[in-house]
Write a protein that binds this ligand. Structure first.
Ligand code: ADP
Length: 493
């Protein structure tokens, strides 16, 4: 069991020594410039574990060319054989799960228990999607002609670019790479610059499992490397998770050459609590969804929209739960709230708190950073928030919950919908008619009744509407749709 005082697991140390590099055409290589960037522990920013290549346009070019070269061989391999390689990678990663969780907490900061859950979830997603190797297909339909066979089949897009954020540094790459690879695409993967270690460990296992050279290429670096990848004419699809601003930029760049995009973007997710709800359940779930992972989930609950008659009671329950959300290093097993990712994130959360105060909200608990070197912010509840305040409209990406009081379910749904985002929402009630009304009218891609906005399962589609997502759902049976194109075949004999 890993603790705050554990030393770096020996195999991880070896992996970092050999593979803190780009992966291009099956070779681990430095950036052409030789430049690197450091990987920092957000709980102790002076603590450096590794340096990764700061890639340049020529590195991206090499990676895309390697992927393009590997495409004919990989796409011609029978899909069940591709699945066998993914299965071997999953077995290797299972054996390294604890090392992965360590790396995740080290570079991203989240509590080690949450890191373990993320690793499990990433592996489950890979297993579910690897099985598509024996499942994916098209349809055979009756033909209007007597001697015609008419069917549809999927073909891979070609070279795809995968660009991922830092907040789920293992699970998101896992659930994008698996469907990309199983469907016969080759990949250039640009992980977030804050969290390259989990990405490297995933790529390493896939290589060890027998992925042919060039099928998966990894280029490390900041946003400019992603932009270069998006702009490359040989890249036929880009799957991106990150901010709405960057997602819109990627969509615009890809549109000019008709490259496909899949965008998983921000959220401003609400929990609606009606007066008849189980308030203890609601408080427990909302606290976990607002403060867990330091609020750095795109599905985090950041607005509590509550019927006025139970508002005080519910806020009281949340305040009583707050001391249980201990803040500190994610390696401390008592800690539930790790650091936020970097100094600029902390400054951004603080600036939202300033705005909230200026616009007339009250801080019921928290509202400040914690002393010390790490990027720690106290679990926060803001009361007296109106739906038009900045903190009720913009994504904060910190452990901050804004409480908005309403009279009715209709008003609650209207307030929940009155943001530019549409990722996730939740309703707490015992009233079936209210639940049905919510399911009909909530403008989010994920809806929940008596469970929180962060809940999702890998075998169902995941994603948002409006400014939260575009271009096809991840996970579930829909995951392979983005990575394939349809062909319709008419055979007369
Ligand atoms: P966050 O605010 O969560 O860091 P970003 O959207 O900035 O979200 O980053 C998500 C991913 O997109 C990271 O891998 C980042 O390096 C990459 N990225 C940032 N800017 C661009 C861009 N202009 N084009 C392509 N990728 C980018």
């Amino acid at each position: 069991m890993l603790t705050a005082n554990s030393t770096v697991p020996p195999r991880l140390r070896a992996a970092l020594t050999c593979h803190s590099l780009n992966l291009i055409g099956g070779n681990w290589s430095p950036a052409a410039s030789g430049e690197t960037f450091p990987v920092v522990n957000p709980a102790a920013p002076g603590d450096l574990l590794a340096a990764f290549p700061a890639s340049e346009p020529s590195d991206v070019q090499d990676a895309v060319e390697a992927a393009h070269e590997a495409l004919p061989g990989w796409s011609a391999m029978p899909a069940p054989e591709r699945a066998r390689i993914l299965d071997r990678a999953i077995t290797l990663l299972e054996a390294r799960a604890e090392e992965l969780a360590y790396a995740l907490t080290w570079e991203e900061g989240k509590a080690i228990a949450e890191a373990r859950v993320e690793v499990r979830r990433g592996l489950d997603a890979m297993a579910f999607l690897a099985a598509e190797g024996r499942r994916m297909g098209g349809q055979t339909l009756p033909s209007a002609q007597p001697n015609m066979l008419a069917f549809s089949q999927r073909r891979p897009l070609g070279v795809v670019g995968i660009i991922t954020p830092w907040n789920f540094p293992f699970a998101i790459p896992a659930w994008k790479l698996a469907p990309a690879l199983i469907t016969g695409n080759t990949v250039v993967f640009k992980p977030a610059e804050q969290t390259p270690i989990c990405a490297m460990l995933l790529a390493e296992a896939l290589q060890e499992a027998g992925l042919p050279p060039g099928v998966l290429n990894v280029v490390h670096g900041a946003g400019a490397v992603g932009r270069e990848l998006v702009a490359h004419p040989l890249v036929r699809g880009i799957s991106f998770t990150g901010s709405t601003a960057v997602g819109k930029e990627i969509n615009a760049a890809a549109a000019s050459r008709l490259a496909k995009v899949q965008l998983e973007l921000g959220g401003k997710n609400a929990a609606i609590v009606l007066a008849d709800a189980d308030l203890d359940l609601a408080a427990r779930e909302i606290a976990a969804a607002a403060w867990g992972s330091s609020g750095q989930r795109c599905t985090a609950t950041s607005r509590l929209i509550v019927q006025r008659e139970v508002a005080e009671q519910l806020v009281g329950k949340l305040l009583a739960l707050a001391p249980g959300y201990r803040v500190g290093s994610g390696f401390d097993p008592e800690v539930k709230v790790g650091p936020v990712i970097e100094a600029s994130a902390l400054a951004r959360i603080e600036s939202y708190l300033d705005l909230a105060r200026q616009e007339g909200a009250s801080v019921a608990i928290g509202g400040h950073r914690l002393s010390g070197d790490g990027y720690f912010f106290a679990p926060t509840v803001l009361t007296g928030v109106s739906p038009v305040m900045t903190v009720a409209q913009e994504e904060i990406f910190g452990p901050v919950l804004s409480v908005i009081e309403v009279e009715s379910l209709e008003e609650a749904i209207a307030v929940s919908n009155a943001v530019s985002y549409g990722l996730s929402s939740a309703l707490y009630t015992r009233d079936l008619a209210a639940a049905l009304g919510y399911a009909r009218n909530a403008a989010t891609g994920l809806l929940h009744v008596n469970c929180s906005s962060i809940y999702s399962e890998i075998q169902l589609p995941f994603g948002g509407i409006k400014d939260s997502g575009f271009g096809g759902r991840e996970m579930g049976p829909t995951a392979i749709d983005f990575y394939t194109e349809w062909q319709t075949v008419y055979m007369q004999g």
